[in-house]
Design a binder for this molecule. Structure first.
Ligand code: ZN
Ligand code: ZN
Length: 142
């Protein structure tokens, strides 16, 4: 195990934790692993469009740390799509905030809607029991 360090705040987990070129089995592909804090950096700066300073504050890290984080994250994303590798999102010393449901069929993670036992998955359409589980585990199915 890596030595403990300060937890970085992650406001939303990835919808899916594995991406790969179509038609090639996952096991045959080279893997690029993006940690959850690297994912969060991309989400805040490139998807939400936040300035680095605000994004750093949201993650509870310094601005130089954020800048290093997003540079690494972008390099990895570029590697995966340019070199045709599979992208795996996992790991990192993070606290994931909020309530999320994971679809048992496709593994898609969405924000939990309060007030019901069942939810419909927004990715594959499957209706499933609501599960309040933490969305990320070390053991992901391949
Ligand atoms: Zn739910
Ligand atoms: Zn689904």
């Amino acid at each position: 195990m890596p030595r403990p360090r300060k937890c970085r705040r992650v406001g939303r987990p990835p919808a899916f934790v594995r991406f790969k070129p179509q038609g090639i089995p996952f096991r045959s592909l080279r893997k690029v692993t993006l940690s959850l804090d690297e994912f969060e950096a991309i989400r805040l700066a490139d998807h939400e469009g936040l300035e680095h300073a605000s994004a750093a504050e949201r993650m509870n890290i310094s601005r130089p740390t954020f800048t290093r984080l997003i540079e690494t994250a972008r390099r990895k994303l570029a590697q995966a799509i340019v070199e045709g590798a599979a992208l795996v999102i996992e790991g990192g010393a993070v606290d994931v905030e909020g309530d999320f449901c994971r679809c048992p069929r496709c593994g898609g993670v969405r924000e939990h809607r309060h007030g019901g036992h069942r939810e419909r998955c927004g990715y594959c359409g499957t209706e499933h029991e609501c599960n309040d589980t933490k969305p990320i585990t070390e053991e992901e199915r391949s």
